[in-house]
Design a protein around this ligand. Sequence first.
Ligand SMILES: NC(=O)c1ccc[n+]([C@@H]2O[C@H](COP(=O)([O-])OP(=O)(O)OC[C@H]3O[C@@H](n4cnc5c(N)ncnc54)[C@H](OP(=O)(O)O)[C@@H]3O)[C@@H](O)[C@H]2O)c1
Length: 258
Amino acid sequence: MRLKGKKALITGGNSGIGLATAKLFVEEGAEVVITGRNQKTIDEALQLLGPKAHGIAVEITDSAARKAAFKEAAEKFGKLDVLFVNAGIPGNTPAGAASEELFRSIIDINLTSAYFTVEDALPYLNEGASIIFNGSVIGTLGLPGYSAYAATKAGVRAFARVLASELSPRGIRVNVVAPGGTKTPIWNRDGSRTEEQVSGLEKWISGTVPLGRMGEPEEIAKAVLFLASDDASYVQGVELFVDGGATASPLGGPMFRQ
Ligand SMILES: NC(=O)c1ccc[n+]([C@@H]2O[C@H](COP(=O)([O-])OP(=O)(O)OC[C@H]3O[C@@H](n4cnc5c(N)ncnc54)[C@H](OP(=O)(O)O)[C@@H]3O)[C@@H](O)[C@H]2O)c1
């Protein structure tokens, strides 16, 4: 039990990587508060997670709602040992055809709100707490079509390093987990892709990954658990890629083999 007696808050804990992490944290002895927008999937997640999990519906870009949610979490469940800043959206903003509205919304959710999640949770973090941001390989890879999304994930990596400096005096560790393509609902959130298109995309992504497949949310959750736990007591300010080798060996995927 690597998180026995610990309290964790996971933004976007009602879906995908956040939900898999909440499940693993509970199995490892933590009490977990999950947030998300969708009350129905929050309720379904709580059913799955059992009595050591609690849910709060909050739009993460809403400053007042966010502050109130963290206050409520701390007052009801106690101060936090782990904060997984995970809520995020994808979005295509290709050069020459980028929507400014979508660009701003990606920045608002993935970058500004990620920063202010920490800012607003700080009063409720225990000394020695662990903050983990969810980054992405896209912050590094230069994938076409993803300027806004890439900027948010590179931005998160940048301010995680600043926060690691600023919060070290409180013994708070700040790290980034950077997943590669992972099988979650993110790939078809708006339902605009057919099943065939989703599986075509999965096949293409798998072809770019040296290990030849996409990640499972549970595999990302295990890395988050490591960063959250005392096993990572001397790990500060890192970006941990969990991507089957996609960033380390970009030409190692099956599609590049002769
Ligand atoms: N899947 C991948 O391949 C991959 C790769 C690299 C990085 N990531 C990152 O991993 C994180 C989680 O993504 P996922 O793949 O698990 O996707 P997901 O299943 O779509 O989950 C996204 C989560 O973020 C929440 N969220 C999004 N916008 C929000 C908002 N404005 N206010 C409050 N909550 C909001 C969603 O809540 P609702 O469902 O209630 O809207 C949901 O719980 C994201 O930051 C993503 O960028 C994913």
